[in-house]
Design a protein around this ligand. Sequence first.
Ligand SMILES: C[S@@+](CC[C@H](N)C(=O)[O-])C[C@H]1O[C@@H](n2cnc3c(N)ncnc32)[C@H](O)[C@@H]1O
Length: 247
Amino acid sequence: MKIDVLTLFPEVFETYLQTSVIKRAQDSEAVQVKLVNFREYSLDRHHTVDDYPFGGGAGMVLKPEPLFRAVEALNKDDKAIDRIILLSPQGKPFTQSIAKELSNVQRLMLICGHYEGFDERIREHLVTDELSIGDYVLTGGELAALVVMDAVIRLIPGVLGNPDSASSDSFANGLLEHPQYTRPRKFIDWEVPEVLLSGNHQEIAKWRHEQSLLRTLQRRPELLANVELSQKDREWLKQQQRNEPTV
Ligand SMILES: C[S@@+](CC[C@H](N)C(=O)[O-])C[C@H]1O[C@@H](n2cnc3c(N)ncnc32)[C@H](O)[C@@H]1O
């Protein structure tokens, strides 16, 4: 996969891209990330990328020309860009299923905003998608682009050493992940659940699935509406709700 990131602050990405799974993914050529400062595509003497909003108001707005020119130039230099994504608090909420879908794309472009926002024509005529990483406003799209890139890259086949880690993560099957324990078996007064030490893989899988259901019910009950639950799952959840009237 190839990812082009259009930003006014490419230096923000450098440390993160040189760390852990994302670094390994680039080293193994599963992904190639290109950071492009779209200021370079501004034609005027001062390389201006923003201007005052028509109609007045606070802040500056990103001009359309540098971004349109940057996308046009990058589109020519290699295989066509499949998805051009604008990071924006007004976008579609980014989820694990969107990350999964994007992990199958050949070439992705992420556009990071700054200042007060974008000229609306960028939204309407340049990008294919608009994604938000949450209902809050960041100073720029750089952190949002890193969030999207990280979530997507770790799902590219072969990037994670053990492919099972992504498939058992929270949200992979619509549920939150079950609790995890490691050594020691007893820490202070708290013991690891007996079933995890039993060596009975079927019982362990059953316990984990039930804990995953329970945790989702307790913390994010709205997620259960989008999960295909078996009759057994439904009954077990009902029983938990009867046992724990606070959930
Ligand atoms: C200060 S924000 C502009 C917010 C804009 N005035 C609005 O109300 O929609 C500057 C840039 O940060 C990025 N950004 C801010 N919050 C974001 C979020 N929750 N998700 C994705 N990108 C975000 C976008 O690229 C945005 O153009």
